[in-house]
Design a protein around this ligand. Sequence first.
Ligand SMILES: C[S@@+](CC[C@H](N)C(=O)[O-])C[C@H]1O[C@@H](n2cnc3c(N)ncnc32)[C@H](O)[C@@H]1O
Length: 296
Amino acid sequence: MSNSPLGSSAKLVKSYVDLANTLFIQNDIEGAIKNFEKALNVREGITEIQRAKLLFNVGVMHQKQGDRPQAVDYYQQALAADPTLALAQLELQRLDYADTIKLKGYEFTQDWFSRNLLIWREYLPEFVGRADLQVLEIGSWEGRSACWLLEQVLTHPTATITCIDTFQGSLENQSLNPEDLHALEARFDANMAKTGAAHQVKKLVGNSAEILRSLPLNHYDLIYVDGSHIACDVLTDTILSWGLLKLNGIMIFDDYDFGFKEYGTRQGIDAFLNNFAKKIEIVHQSHQVLIRKQMA
Ligand SMILES: C[S@@+](CC[C@H](N)C(=O)[O-])C[C@H]1O[C@@H](n2cnc3c(N)ncnc32)[C@H](O)[C@@H]1O
C-alpha cells in the first residue's frame, strides 16, 4: 500500500503539513502557508475533509498575518469542502463578532466568551425577543457575555438580566494587570451603557453564595454560571441557582474542561449533574454544559 501512488501522495501531504506546522511554531507564517498550499496541491493524496482542514489552516495563517479578506476566503473555501467544519464556522462568526465589538466601542481586556458563539447561537434562539425574559448571570467580569445577551437575546424591552459579581476577579485572575482588575466594575458599567440597554441590567455586587439566597424562586428562564471556578463554589452556585430556575429553563456552566485542574470546576459540575440526573436533560456538553430543568 505504501508503495502505491495514493500511499506516496498521502505521505507527501503529511510531510508538507508537518513542515508547515513546524514553521508555524517557529513563527514563519509565510513558510507555513506555502507548505499548506503545497499539501493542497497534492490533490489525489487528500480527502475533501482533509482538504477542508488544510484550507482552514491557511485561513488561520492569513488571520495571524492580519489579512482578514484572505482569511475569510479560505474559511469559506473550507466550508465549501466540508460544510460541517465547526472550526471554520466559528472563526467566521468570531470575525463578525469582533466587528460588532469595534463598532460599539466596547472596552474588553479579555475574551473568554467568543469560543462559545456557535453553541449559544444554536441553543438560545428560544429566548430571543421573549417578553419578560429573566436571565441571571453569575460572573460578569467586564460584561462580554452580558453585552452579547443584551444584543442578541434580550431584545424585548421587558427582558432583564441580573448580573452578580464581586468585581474583584476570580482566583485565577489575580495575576492579571492590577489596573485592569481595579477598573473592572467601571468597565462593566461603561460597557453596559454602550449596549443602549443598561436599564435592562440589574447589577448585584458581592459574593454569589450570599446574593443568590436573596433572589426569587422559579423566576429565571436562563442562568449562566461563570463565577468562581473552585469546585465547592461552582456546586454552591449551582445548587442555589437550581431553585431560582423556572421549569424548562436552561442553565449554562462554563469551563467544564477548565485547564486549572486543581480548582476542580468539572468535579463541581459533575456533582450536580450526577445527583440531579433524573430532573435534567443535558442539552450540550463540551467546554460548556447546558442543561434543561425538566422536573422541579
Ligand atoms: C470568568 S469571569 C466571567 C466572564 C464573563 N462571563 C465573560 O463572558 O466575559 C468570572 C467572574 O466571576 C467573578 N467571581 C468570582 N468569584 C465570585 C463569587 N464568589 N461571587 C461573585 N462573583 C465572583 C469574578 O470577579 C469574575 O469577574
